[in-house]
Design a protein around this ligand. Structure first.
Ligand code: URA
Length: 469
């Protein structure tokens, strides 16, 4: 092992040279035991931001980050384990539905979920709006829940990939988040730690996504599938549209209410159903539980109608201290103190709802953090009465804002009004699922959904450790 100094290590990256896996591991380990200060880590992150990393370096960084914490190991207690990861969206509540449905299909789902980031919401914040719900599970608790009923909603803790927590906090404030190798290592370190066999990524693309353009989403998808396959994970990635908010709600408790109603089959929005079944069906196919994404879709649809997904969700919430009685009287929990309904100011069609603006507005209402110390208002958010394509007349209610005070609602209403565009013409319907990416290549959704995916997913698993890309 070389013993280059932190100065030389940073200079190596500034010059665009590749590090050895040993040097990367030492740098991360030294950072975690405070021998590398934040300013040297930040300087290195900035050098990576501009000069990039090879896939071999990215795998080494992912490994080094994983090794700073514990790994979840299940032994031989289940047939297979899997998870879904979204790169973040607005109104994206798919994990709340997909995880219990896939667990009800017999697959272990030890998901480690995250908090809201930027203008996007976080599954962890949504779950914590359920009274009593705990997400800071120990590794043992996650294993116990998986053994008992195959589902756990965990969070990143000081036991699980602590390096990502510290490095992410620095990336956030030094504007070095948007780096493909750093994003890939950050996401995969958490997913590999889960001890899963397979994963489906939902890489969001559009105004309400970190990757706004298709090309950026495609590039990140390729990074994710290829590095995941180096960790012997069966993997596929769907690039999905994130221009309009998903479903009818944005906000923590509002999204729990929408998800519970959907799991109970009381009310399911078409976009939520399509994404849940497409991503869940792909996960079952990737894991070899079903032949094709389409057969996985049908399997999960049957489970959904039977109510087994809702039962799984209730089991996990109960085990994690959540009050399951709150699901019987959802309108009486987390009641917002103030509300304001926005009505159409002209007749026409809702042509566009800018999800990025909706995400920021929801944060301003109290549903997200303005800084690390902010306390979230679980009741805050936005409930949509109409969606893109809806016909409206003058005065039709479009959405309602919820917050702790009328001033908060009034303070943001103009921004929200500008985010909703009404035009005389009906907008063209855009596909929700744009492309499917695997280590083998990329496909249209119509082609991919019929593919016997298990054969192609495993291609890299038996090649060398580091395929070149
Ligand atoms: N989500 C993560 O977990 N890490 C990133 O770097 C970006 C999004």
């Amino acid at each position: 092992m070389s013993n280059i100094s932190p100065f030389e290590f940073i200079a190596q990256k500034q010059a665009g040279q590749a590090h050895t896996p040993e040097d990367i591991k030492r740098f991360i380990d030294d950072f975690m035991c405070d021998e590398i200060p934040d300013y040297q880590m930040s300087a290195w992150l900035m050098a990576v931001f501009f000069k990039g990393m090879t896939n071999e370096e990215t795998v080494a960084l992912t490994n080094a980050m994983i090794e700073t914490g514990e790994r979840i190991e299940f032994g031989n207690i289940y047939a297979s384990a899997g998870d879904k990861h979204s790169t973040g969206g607005v109104g994206d509540k798919i994990t709340l539905l997909l995880a219990p449905l896939v667990a009800a299909a017999g697959v272990a789902v030890p998901t480690i979920t995250g908090r809201g980031l930027g203008f996007t919401g976080g599954t962890l914040d949504k779950l914590e709006s359920i009274p009593g719900m705990r997400t800071d599970l120990s590794v043992q608790q996650i294993v116990d829940q998986i053994k008992s009923f195959k589902l756990a909603f965990g969070a990143q803790t000081s036991d699980l990939v602590p390096a990502d927590k510290s490095i992410y906090a620095l990336r956030d404030v030094t504007s070095t988040v948007r780096s493909y190798p750093l994003i890939t290592a950050s996401i995969l370190s958490k997913k590999v730690t889960e001890g899963i066999d397979g994963i489906v990524f939902d890489v969001k693309c559009g105004k309400g996504a970190f990757m706004e353009s298709y090309d950026e989403a495609l590039k990140l998808s390729n990074w994710l599938v290829r590095v995941a396959s180096c960790f012997k994970m069966k993997v596929a990635c769907l690039i999905t549209d994130m221009n309009a908010p998903l479903g009818t709600s944005v906000g923590n408790w509002l999204e729990i209410v929408e998800s519970v109603r959907a799991l109970k089959s009381e009310a399911i929005e078409p976009d939520i159903k399509e994404l849940t079944l497409a991503l869940g069906g792909t996960l079952l196919a990737v894991l070899g539980e079903c032949d094709t994404p389409d057969s996985g879709w049908r399997k999960l649809d049957t489970i959904w109608s039977s109510g087994a997904g809702f039962k799984k969700f209730v089991e996990a919430v109960k085990a994690q201290g959540g009050d399951i009685n709150s699901f019987s009287n959802m309108d009486d929990i987390n009641k917002p103190k103030a509300s304001l309904t926005l009505k159409a100011d002209k007749p026409g069609y809702i042509f566009d709802i800018n999800s990025r603006e909706i995400g920021f507005s929801s944060i301003a209402l109290g549903a997200g953090r303005k800084n690390v110390n902010s306390v979230i208002d679980s009741s805050a958010g936005i409930l949509f009465h109409k969606s893109v394509g809806s016909k409206v007349v003058l005065g039709t209610p479009i959405l309602t804002l919820f917050a702790e005070s009328e001033e908060l609602c009034e303070g943001i209403v103009d921004r929200v009004r500008k985010a909703v565009r009404i035009e005389d013409i009906e907008p063209k319907k855009k596909p929700l699922i744009i492309r499917a990416i695997t280590t083998e290549g990329d496909y249209s959704w119509d082609e991919f959904r019929k593919k016997k995916t298990i054969n192609i997913m495993q291609k890299y698993l038996h090649l060398g450790q580091y395929p070149v890309f």
